[in-house]
Each structure stands twice: as structure tokens, then as C-alpha cells.
Design a protein around this ligand. Structure first.
Ligand code: FES
Length: 112
């Protein structure tokens, strides 16, 4: 259980929305697709844009900086079969979201 990190309240991410949060030194994009939560690495591999602040349409999250798109259920880039964001486990407990970070993503710099 200790590797599950509390990351947000469920109420912060209603259906059809995405948010970004820092967990374990990594930026995580959380998306709510029809009540099912998904979590992927939140730094866009293009130029480090904040994926979690992008627009969510269905399962597709669009980076707000230049429009790269990712499937939040798989982490896959919509146009590149080889580009993939790390997918993290996410669960709900007592109105809170918890993530268990996968091991192969980049670390985010701490805010100054
Ligand atoms: S930084 Fe995300 S598309 Fe450019």
C-alpha cells in the first residue's frame, strides 16, 4: 500500500476533464473518461508541455502547447506507434485518487 500516492480529490477531476498533479517528483496527467480515471506521465515528450492541462475529448488528451494527442488509456501518441507516455495505475478510495507510479518515466523538476 505504501507505493500508492494520494494525488487529488475525485471532485477535482469531473467526467470529461483532465488535471495535472505532482506525485513522487513526477508530473502526472489525470483524466476522467466517463467516470473512469486514467493517469499518464504529464510531461509532453515534444517540448515538455503540461499534458494534464490540455483538452480531453473521449480518451484523447491534447497537449495545450502544440497539439500532440495521446490516448489516456494506453499512453500512445495518436500518430506514432512508437511514442508512448508511461501509464500509471490509479484508483479511487473514499473520494480520493491514488496513483502508483510506473518506473520508466521522466522525473519532473520541483517547482521553484
Ligand atoms: S509540448 Fe506538447 S505538443 Fe509540443
Amino acid at each position: 500500500m505504501s507505493d500508492w500516492i494520494p494525488i487529488a480529490d475525485v471532485s477535482e477531476c469531473p467526467p470529461g476533464a483532465s488535471i495535472e498533479r505532482l506525485a513522487g517528483g513526477r508530473m502526472v496527467a489525470i483524466a476522467n473518461v466517463d467516470g473512469i480515471f486514467h493517469a499518464i506521465d504529464g510531461l509532453c515528450p515534444h517540448q515538455g508541455g503540461p499534458l494534464g492541462t490540455g483538452a480531453l475529448c473521449g480518451v484523447v488528451l491534447t497537449c495545450p502547447w502544440h497539439g500532440w494527442q495521446f490516448d489516456v488509456t494506453t499512453g500512445r501518441h495518436r500518430l506514432s506507434a512508437t511514442m508512448r507516455q508511461t501509464v500509471h495505475e490509479i484508483r479511487v478510495e473514499n473520494g480520493r485518487l491514488f496513483v502508483r507510479l510506473a518506473g520508466d518515466g521522466p522525473a519532473a523538476e520541483s517547482p521553484a
